[in-house]
Ligand binder design. Structure first.
Ligand SMILES: [Zn+2]
Length: 302
């Protein structure tokens, strides 16, 4: 079974010259997974826009409508980190659609992937840290509403804590949130999840993988999920501009394999999202995501 992935040309939207967000990574990732034969062209799907009704499963009417209509305040825009544009609206609706569709497909195929998403700093009432909508929370809430899953777990291995996701699911014992992240990194005000592991600056492969190997079985046991959503951030990489950790390409590949192996052992479907990555050059970040996609494809086939 080949891996089904979601990606839209609209994931890459215009930003002002010199903006620090590496927007070109989405198009490069999409090109490379096709060119390198990791994903057959007919398994690359263009996501539909998520509906307003679906957004409201997680976000407030006030936030959704003001964002959509270009009525955010200057402070809100600065907190988000992107200047508002119609292309940003389109991109945000499609990226959330991609994670929802991948999560739905994962239930049929065991695994599926959005070549974007993992926008875990989005809260019900606002966006921050380059995250407009919480695609992961929306996908889980949609599947619960449609009675396709009851329980879910979020495994968030982006280097930044999944504060928005944690806020959405605080007090919800059907959704287990696990985040392993840089303790001294953004967000500086963390929101507790069900399991948080804080890492020291420059944590390397061995220490990271030992902590993960210990945590994963505990997460699965406690969560008893019907679906795992995995945020495979590229920003724990040693050369990431924002990461502060010291994982190698090989360490990140072993991380991905460990998560997917753990889920397969217990027969749990996994939806993969790419989350953050700020490599210099950006091709480093793309390389991490290409490798994650290749590993996911292996799990899809076997
Ligand atoms: Zn990040």
């Amino acid at each position: 079974m080949p891996l089904h992935v979601w990606s839209s040309a609209g994931y890459t939207f215009p930003l002002p010259a010199g903006h620090r967000f590496p927007i070109a990574k989405y198009a490069r990732l999409r090109e490379r997974v096709i060119d390198e034969g990791i994903v057959p062209a007919d398994c690359l799907h263009d996501p539909a826009r998520v509906s307003r009704e679906d957004l409201l499963l997680v976000h407030t009417v006030d936030y959704v409508d003001r964002f959509t209509n270009g009525a955010l305040t200057g402070d809100e825009e600065r907190r988000l980190g992107f200047p508002w544009s119609l292309a940003l609206v389109e991109r945000s609706y499609r990226a959330a659609g991609g994670t929802s569709e991948a999560a739905r497909a994962a239930l049929d195929h065991g695994i599926a992937m959005n070549l974007a998403g993992g926008t875990h700093h989005a809260f019900p009432t606002h966006g921050e840290g380059f995250c407009v909508f919480n695609d992961v929370a929306i996908a889980i809430r949609r599947l619960q509403r449609d009675h396709l899953i009851d329980r879910a777990a979020v495994i968030d291995l982006d280097v930044h804590q999944g504060n928005g996701t944690h806020a959405v699911f605080t007090g919800d014992d059907r959704v287990y949130t696990f985040s392993m992240h840089g303790g001294r990194n953004y967000p500086f005000h963390k929101v507790a999840g069900d399991l948080d592991i804080e890492l020291d600056d420059r944590t390397g492969d061995d220490a990271y993988l030992a902590l993960l190997a210990d945590a994963l079985p505990r997460v699965i046991d406690a969560a008893r999920p019907d679906l795992v959503v995995y945020l495979a951030g590229a920003d724990p990489h040693e050369h990431d501009r924002l990461g502060r950790l010291a994982l190698t390409f090989d360490g990140l590949a072993r991380r991905d394999s460990m998560v997917l192996e753990q889920c397969r052992e217990v027969g749990i479907a996994v939806a993969v999202t790419i989350a953050g990555g700020y490599g210099d050059p950006i091709e480093d970040t793309v390389q991490v995501h290409v490798t994650t996609t290749a590993i996911a494809a292996r799990y899809s086939r076997s």
